[in-house]
Design a protein around this ligand. Sequence first.
Ligand code: UD1
Length: 351
Amino acid sequence: MHVLHVVGARPNFVKAAPVLRALKNRNIRQTLVHTGQHYDRNMSDVFFTQLEIPEPDVNLGVGSGSHASQTAEIMCRFEPVVLEQKPDIVLVYGDVNSTVAAALVCSKLLISVGHVEAGLRSFDRTMPEEINRIVTDRLSDFLFTPSEDGDSNLSREGVPREKIHRVGNVMIDSLVQFLPAAAKCSRNGFSERFALVTLHRPSNVDSPDNLQNLLSAIIEASEGLDIIFPVHPRTRQRILEFGISTHQLHLLDPIPYIEFLALQSRAVVVITDSGGIQEETTYLGVPCLTLRSNTERPITVTIGTNILVGEDKEKLIAELRNILKGNAKKGAIPPLWDGHAGDRIADILRG
Ligand code: UD1
């Protein structure tokens, strides 16, 4: 059996690492294709090194672009690779443009597709990732879901039961593996009590008013807590372009995986618009305030420590005060988020 993996953006690397490892342990032939959607050293190479992912066999080097041009470029460059490699199955991860582009190419070539992190829905089609999730799931032959809501979403959309495999959360596999290394990271001079912030969704950072309002609300609500803000390149560009003052924040470049895990596990609160961070904080039991009005990961709200605050400044301030008073929501770890999702996927593929 020959499995070809397609990865492109930072969260893909974290999800693919445990699956690559589990298949390697079963001596299954593998090929790794990096689309090059993320290309900065600290958005890509560092993740490969820390997560012990082998060098990609092929790098398509697509880089940035509009959604249409990036997706189309990945398709054009991926098609000859997959025709040459002739894999038995192609695994795609998450909901980024690389995911949907590879799924489209394979399904037209009648090559089997497995979608890792299938079935998640925000029911908000203004999010590009929601389109990527819907299309990828529609085209996939193996749908590996992280939680029960994924199964129900897919069943409701008419996906046959036998295609759906609830395997748990691969991102948590990486967390479980690398948390001991994170615990050894130094504090780098940060204070004991800090809030950790990440922001990169176009809806939050592409408008000057939204970005300014969100950052002011975070500063006001944090009541003197240090605010550590590793900045995604898109957000950094916008901050400069809009001339937003950031002197009350500790702005950092994007942080490597293990150091970021250390920051998450030690934060008093995490304030984010990321998908994966909602899950990681749930596993770690760290309070998470999500700057979105919906989530494709509802289990982090129903079972975990996540609270959706949307763009509501008053809610953000109220929830943050509550956490700082020691009244944070207590969460639990969802079923099958146990560090073995990659093994379950490998066992299913081996048949
Ligand atoms: C992508 C995913 C998003 C995911 C995020 C994780 C899509 C539609 N979006 O968003 O779901 O949460 O990755 O980080 O696939 N840039 C650099 N260096 C890089 C990569 C990007 O400078 O290595 C800059 C470029 O200016 C680029 C912008 O960031 O235009 C956005 O990058 P892109 O890959 O288009 O989307 P992300 O915002 O990273």
